[in-house]
Ligand binder design. Structure first.
Ligand code: ZN
Length: 275
């Protein structure tokens, strides 16, 4: 198979094709020759998770990660404890599914100092690390664009994510680099290089930034629709030796309203042309 038609390192997140169940997503991704799937936890509700993992493997579809854990910060002890329990559950789900990694959207509490939230994030990850070790599950901190610093994540740059990794200093703790969140960072190239040098570049997520962005959450672009230098960032990532999946993670009301088979064709085309 030539490089031009090789989708073996392409992964699609189930949320990208939100109208599809996990079974439909697995069937369509596999039929399209796509190599990987990242499963969002909502897609596992009511499922026998081990069986879902088996179904994916039967289709030669590699489970890249489980999305998502995190949301560690809280304003009281009850909330902090509940978050740790939920992350432990996510680790057990990942183990049942056969997912080697969990993506962490780390969380934040509006009005709480970001420094406090960052401390709670590091403490929360430390608290769940023994269970992650037991199951061999990697935890990938995903820095989120600063527009989400109020309530979704107090970790907003690669530098900030690397600081948490340095603090915890554990081979199972690394970073998920999502172009949507980090494309604007003047230190991006140096930070990606450093992350690679420390063997903690765990995942690479693709989409695009729309101008104007009409919804802070659900108006991501398909690759090529926006202004992100996708080829440039991919080159930085691959220069570190990263040979993992290129994961397409598009939350878009526009695309969800379309025929999802046509969308999947568009994803493959955009991946070849723009990434
Ligand atoms: Zn992402």
């Amino acid at each position: 198979m030539s490089d031009l038609t090789d989708f073996s390192k392409l992964c699609v997140h189930t949320i990208t094709t939100k109208p599809w169940s996990v079974e439909e997503a697995m069937d369509h991704y596999a039929a399209a020759g796509i190599g990987g799937i990242t499963v969002w936890r909502q897609w596992l509700e009511g499922r026998d998770i081990e069986k879902t993992g088996q179904q994916s493997r039967e289709r030669n579809l590699e489970i890249v990660s489980l999305c998502r854990g995190g949301f560690f910060p809280a304003s009281d002890q009850f909330g902090l404890d509940a978050a740790i329990e939920d992350n432990r559950l996510a680790i057990r789900e990942a183990a049942a599914l056969g997912a080697p990694m969990i993506v962490l959207v780390c969380g934040a509490v509006p009005g709480q100092p970001l420094e406090e939230s960052r401390k709670q994030i590091a403490d929360g990850i430390a608290a769940v690390l023994p269970l992650a070790e037991e199951h061999g599950i990697k935890l990938a901190i995903e820095p989120l664009h600063p527009m989400y610093a109020d309530d979704r994540s107090a970790i907003n740059t690669m530098d900030s994510a690397n600081a948490v990794c340095d603090l915890l200093d554990h081979p199972l703790v690394g970073i998920a680099a999502d172009v949507y969140h980090i494309w604007w960072d003047p230190d991006l190239e140096a930070q990606i290089r450093l992350t690679g040098e420390k063997n903690r570049l765990f995942a690479f997520h693709l989409c695009d930034w729309m101008t104007p962005t009409t919804d802070l959450l659900n108006d991501r672009g398909l690759m090529g629709e926006g202004c992100i230098d996708l080829k440039g960032i991919r080159a930085m990532v691959e220069a570190t030796g990263f040979d993992g999946f290129n994961e397409v993670e598009v939350f878009s009301e526009r695309w969800w309203a379309r025929d999802q088979n046509e969308f999947l064709d568009e994803i493959k085309r955009a991946y070849l042309e723009h990434c």
